[in-house]
Structure formats: C-alpha cells, structure tokens
Design a protein around this ligand. Structure first.
Ligand code: DON
Length: 305
C-alpha cells in the first residue's frame, strides 16, 4: 500500500504546478506549492503514507466539521439547525450574497464561512478562550494527538486580514443569527482555522467518521452514529463548496477541504484519508489533493455511490 501511495503522489505531483497558494491570508502564501502528501488510517489500525505526508499545515475550513460536531454535542440538532441550514450553495465559500438576498436568518450551511461562524457562536464556554480550549481539546481527542495546537503566525495573519469574515459576522449579528459578542466569536473562528496538523491527524478524524463516531484506536465513542452520518452527508453535499458536485462525480467520498491545502476524507466502514497539497484551484480546493483522491478512489474502489 505504501508503494501505491508513493506512485499516486508522483503520478499527480504535476497538478500542483497548475494551482496557486492562497494569498488572501498572507501567511499561507509562504507554503511550498509543490508539496503533495497523503496518509491513510484504516479502521483495523493500519497506517499508510506517501509523499510529503509529514508537512504541517493549518486545517482552515476542515475545522468546520470539528466545530459542527461540538456545536451538536453542546446544543442538539434542533437548536443548531435553527441557526444554520443544510443546503448546498453554488457560490464561493466566503460569499455574502445569499445572506442578504436569500436567507438572512439562516446561513445556508455550516461549511461556508457564514454558516461556520454561526455554528461556532453556539459552542459553550464561559468566554472565547474557554470556548477555543474546548475546540482544541476535542481536536486533540479525535486526532489522538495531544500536541495539536495553533500556528500563531497564521492566526495573526487571519485576524488582521479577515475583513470579509468580519462583514459576514456583523451582518449575521444584525439579523439575529449571532447573539454573542461578534469579535469574540470571530477570534475563536480565526483560531480554529489556524489549528496546525498533518495528513495523519486529519486522516484520523476521517477514520472516526468512517467508523460512525467511534475512535478506531481506542473504541471510545465521541459522537453519536446519527451525528457522524449527518456530518458525512453534509461533507458530500457542501464539503468542497461550489465544487462539491464535481468532486462527488470524480471522487465519490465524503470530504472536507481547507485553503491550507488539506482535504479530509472519510470512506464509510473502511478508512480515513488525509491529503495535503497547498496549491489550490479557483474554488479554493487543493488541486493535487483532489487528483490524488480521485486516483485512490478508482484504485481502491472507494466511491460510496
Ligand atoms: O475564513 C477563511 O476564509 C479561511 N480561514 C478558511 C476558508 C477555507 O478554508 C475555505 N476552504 N477551502
């Protein structure tokens, strides 16, 4: 399997040249655009690696599935989905248009920035610091990695340049979606996006989801089966934003991308996969990462459809 992963990486490394690093968060522009790596964690405990799998990256929007799970644990399904919908959108991840014209009381889904910021506002904590500490501890648990923490430079970079997210959040405060202090909610959101991980860490989260909410390495249940199934469903419909349909056709695995170049994939009952390739396509998804997943899906017969 390691041989297969090495060859899949080398077959697809050329795609990284066609993508571009995310520059709207200046610190992300410092990544190496040739990087391409993969990690697989199977439900029976095997681990496989290929390419630049040791590269650390910030998980960015991949954090949105972590905070969705935590918000559901804290509030239950009814309250969470009274604040945020589950409908896919054909617009960019940071688009503002639907908030005003279509759905002022409810961002369309928890994977776009507006929906993710609304979701994080629901997480319990006595203040922002406490709330983020809970997110970090939950992330450490579901990755099995107690040393996970944030990349301070990326966090500061996001915080200084996050005006689009600020505008989404203040708009949602004006329509009552966000009830808390906006700057506090945004600070937690910027921190969750700046959590630093490797392919193995995100593959482990994928393995937990593939295993319907139970950590395969310890047998501990962290979320209910119905939550795990729901999160995987939202990953299929919204996980790659306005490229989710194309990705479902090409790859057919519940996945979540981030502008740091990571993609987390969960193959039900089989494995979690983490890929990193910071060169992005025009929709903000890893160019090489998608191609690696497409080849693996074919080679290992992973398409859920
Ligand atoms: O808020 C942002 O724009 C980034 N911190 C996260 C966006 C992101 O990862 C979109 N993913 N492809």
């Amino acid at each position: 399997m390691n041989k297969l992963l090495e060859s899949v990486i080398e077959n697809n490394r050329h795609w990284t040249q066609k993508g571009k690093l995310a520059t709207y968060i200046p610190e992300l522009a410092k990544m190496n655009s040739d990087t391409l790596g993969v990690s697989i964690i199977t439900l029976d405990g095997e681990e496989y690696y290929g390419g630049d799998y040791e590269t650390k990256f910030t998980i960015q929007s991949i954090s949105k599935i972590i905070t969705l799970m935590l918000a559901l644990l804290d509030n239950g399904r009814e309250r969470v989905f009274s604040k945020v919908g589950v409908e896919p959108t054909a617009d960019a991840f940071n688009s503002i248009i639907n908030l005003e014209t279509k759905s002022p009381q409810k961002p369309l889904n928890p994977m776009i920035n507006a929906g993710a910021i609304a979701t994080v506002s629901l997480i319990s904590g006595k203040d922002g610091e406490d709330c983020f500490k809970r997110i970090l501890n939950f992330t450490r648990k579901i990755t099995g990695n107690p040393s996970i923490s944030i990349n301070e430079d990326v966090y500061k970079s996001e915080k200084t340049t996050g005006d689009r997210n600020r505008s989404l959040a203040y708009f949602m405060k004006s329509t009552g979606v966000i009830e808390q202090d906006v700057e506090q909610v945004l600070d937690v959101y910027f921190k969750q996006c700046s959590i630093e991980a490797t392919c193995k860490d995100i593959a482990r989260i994928g393995a937990m989801l593939a295993n319907d909410g139970v950590l395969p390495w310890s047998g501990e249940r962290v979320v209910s089966r119905s939550t795990a199934i729901m999160v995987k469903t939202i990953m299929v419909t919204c996980g790659l934003y306005d490229a989710s349909g194309q990705f479902a056709v090409e790859v057919g695995i519940p996945s979540k991308s981030g502008v740091g170049g990571g993609i987390l994939a969960a193959v039900p009952s089989r494995m979690g996969i983490g890929v990193i390739g910071p060169a992005l396509d025009s929709k903000g998804n890893s160019m090489g990462g998608i191609k690696v997943l497409a080849e693996l899906s074919k080679e290992l017969d992973l398409n859920i459809f």
